[in-house]
Every structure is written in C-alpha cells, then in structure tokens.
Design a protein around this ligand. Structure first.
Ligand code: AMP
Length: 390
C-alpha cells in the first residue's frame, strides 16, 4: 500500500493535485472536506453537527473526523493505498491516523506539504468562490480558515518532521511543476516499498513459466534479461543490432548493455509493486550490479527463491522440449543443453551461495506439476508478504 497525505493551507492546490495523483497511482482519495460536504447535503446527523462549524471556517471535532475516516478506510482496505487531503488537520488527528494505519497493517509513507503565502491562498480561494458554490469561500471565512490552519494545523508538520516523512514543496509554482515535483517524491516512495524477487533455477526447472505466472498473479514486472535481449533484436533497435552482431560472432553480451536494459525497465515501470528477476544475475559480477541498480533506485532484493530439480529430470525435460515447437534456439541439441547446465553450475551456483549467506535463499522443490510448484512458490511469497495475498 502507498499512503500519502497532501498538506497545506486552504487554497494550496491540494484538490487539484489530488485529481492527477489518484489517476496516476490508483489511490483511494479521502478528502474530509468533501465527505463532510456530502454529509451536509444529505442532512445526516454528522452533517447537521458539522454545518455551522464549516460555515464559520472552524475545524470540525476530532470525534466526527475519526468516524468518517474510519468508515471510509475500512470500506476500502483493499485499495492500492490512500491519498489524504485535508487530514490530518490537528496534532490529535496525526495520532489518529497512526492508529488507523496500524489497524490496516500499513503506514503513512509520506506527508507532502505545499507551501503557499497567505495572500496567494486568499486570492486563489476568492477566485474559486466565484464558481465553487462553497459558502466558506468568502473573505471573512477564508481568513478564519487560515487562522485555524496557522494555529492548529501547521503544528502537525512537526509530528511528521520528527518521523522523517515530511516533504515540503513550493506550492506557488505552476500546476504542472508542482505535479512533477510531487511525482518525484511519490515515485521515490514507491521504489522504497517495492517487493523484488529473484528466481533462480537450472535451465528446465520451470523458472521462466513460473516467474511469468507469479508476476501476473502479484502485479509484479517480470524481468527476463534473455527475453529482453531477444526483443531488442526483433525490433532492430541500435542495441539489438549490436547484440545480434555479438551473437553472430559467438561473443557474450557485455554487462553494460544488460544494465541499460534493466535501468530502462525500472525507469518505465514507475507504478509497479516490484520486479521478478529471472535469468539475472547469472554471475557474481551481475549480482553486484543488480544490488547496485536496485540500491540506486531506492529499493533492494526482498526474496530469493531457487527451484530445485534433479539433473536427470532437467535433461529429460530439456530434451523433450527440444523436440517440440517450444524448442529454444539454445537447446537444439544435447551438447548445447549440457553446456547450459554446466554454465549454470560454474557461474550461477556461486551467486546463489553468496545470496544464501547474505539474505538466505528459499529452496523450492521443482518436481511435480506446474500448479503444484506454483502453489509452493505462492505459499512462500504470501507467508513473507501477507499484503500480496488476494
Ligand atoms: P476543505 O475542503 O479541506 O477545505 O475543508 C472544508 C472544511 O471542512 C474545513 O474548513 C473544516 O471546517 C472542515 N474539515 C475538513 N477536514 C477537516 C479535518 N480533518 N478536521 C477538522 N475539520 C475539517
């Protein structure tokens, strides 16, 4: 879950920015102001209680706020995350939010504060008042709302500064500039909360098909470097032409090229929950590269799994596949198959051993049907990351 709070005085542009963010990150939007206005419209008990306070520009009691927030977030606990606008507005509400997040087994990732001078806020709200139809968009009430903001809401910033999750942005820039600055922060937060798996296994262990199925089930991006290289060749891109040339001369694709492709994949997958790496890293050098790449993007490997299948079974599976339409160009005869298995043992087993010492590698028995192995993988994943359970 990605939970963000937009903070700032009335007129800072929180509502406008929220419209973009909920679309881009598919967050559930909670504007306490909007909810209260609906309650007033529907003449509910809560609405009647809140009406005169809102009309005067004061703050509605924390008791009322807790009720409306609690109902809304528990009804939408399965969303990708929440975007809070106009909440928390008091120090007490900051504690309330902590408690509510604990209840959902999650946390607020960041509070983004839009800084705007008072007179600009007043001008913007007066302008909005011409069309908004909001009774509180008139100068006397606006001044009182700003006073309430300065007295009761601004201190909330300290709460989040102490927690180290408060980010202040200039709110007087253009809508687009503010939006881009917010996006940078949110993307950095998303990176931190990414869940990244590395799936090892000998050729023929089923790591490719299992990796794809896992990526689909959990909404992760599948990163198979071999397939990415082939796609470049198929598309005849400048990188693809280089790779083709190397293949034709029997040379290995240098790490620099693979790094570029993985970097591009990470950069163009800003809103994914995480990645599944298959077929990478294959060498110790590549393991350092992957650690470095993930670190650069503010994230790390979360779980490493190794699908184990006895060698004779691997040979039998690869040999069978080589006689079907699914035959890979690198599995066309026994000598090639044996070389690939040998390469894995020589180069990749030391990587698995290194990772095992560093983070632990979960061994998965790869014998049995596809579904049986898939269930085993899902069990390990969901035990470690209950948030991925559907
Ligand atoms: P907004 O739409 O966020 O500008 O909110 C409009 C009005 O609703 C505010 O001036 C307050 O009277 C009330 N309100 C909205 N959110 C809160 C909150 N979190 N705590 C107290 N009062 C709120």
């Amino acid at each position: 879950m990605l939970n963000v709070a937009l903070f700032g005085p009335p007129g800072a542009g929180k509502g406008t920015q929220s419209e973009y963010l909920i679309k881009e990150y598919k967050l559930f939007y909670i504007s306490t102001g909007d909810i209260l206005r609906k309650e007033i419209q529907n003449k509910t008990k809560l609405g009647i209680e809140a009406q005169s306070i809102i009309a005067s520009g004061g703050l509605v009691s924390d008791e009322i706020i807790v009720q409306i927030i609690e109902n809304t977030i528990t009804e939408h606990r399965d969303s990708n995350g929440f975007l809070f606008d106009g909440f928390p507005r008091t120090y007490v509400q900051a504690y309330i939010l902590e408690g509510l997040m604990i209840k959902l087994n999650t946390a607020l990732n960041c509070l983004i504060s839009l800084r705007v001078d008072e007179e600009i806020s007043v001008d913007r709200l007066l302008q909005r008042g011409v069309t908004s139809g909001r009774s509180d968009d008139n100068e006397a009430v606006i001044r009182n709302r700003l006073k309430e903001y300065n007295d009761k809401t601004l201190p909330v910033l300290e709460f989040y500064k102490d927690k180290g999750i408060c980010y202040e942005l200039d709110g007087i820039l253009s809508i687009e500039e503010v939006h881009n600055n917010i996006k940078k922060l949110v993307n950095a937060e998303l990176s931190k909360s990414r869940i990244n798996f590395v799936l090892f296994g000998y050729p023929g262990s089923g790591r490719g098909s299992q990796g794809k199925a896992l990526a689909q089930k959990y909404g992760l991006e599948y990163v198979a470097t071999g397939e990415m290289l082939d796609a470049e060749i198929d598309k005849n891109t400048p990188i693809g032409m280089k790779i083709k040339h190397l293949y034709e001369n029997g040379e290995l694709v240098p790490d620099e090229i693979v790094i570029q492709l993985i970097e591009r994949k990470i950069a163009t997958s800003a809103d994914v929950k995480g990645f599944i790496f298959k077929g990478y890293p294959r060498t110790l050098v590549q393991s350092y590269i992957l650690d470095g790449l993930l670190k650069k993007h503010g994230t790390r490997i979360s779980l490493i799994m190794d699908i184990e299948v006895p060698t004779l079974e691997l040979i039998s599976r690869l040999d069978k596949r080589s006689k079907t339409d699914g035959c890979m160009p690198y599995d066309t005869d026994t000598a090639k198959i044996v070389k690939r298995l040998f390469d894995h043992e020589q180069k990749t087993i030391p990587v698995i051993e290194k990772y095992n010492q560093l983070h632990g590698v979960t061994k998965i028995d790869g014998m049995g049907t596809f579904d049986a192995v898939f269930q085993k993988l899902c069990h390990v994943i969901e035990k470690k990351f209950p948030s991925l359970r559907q």
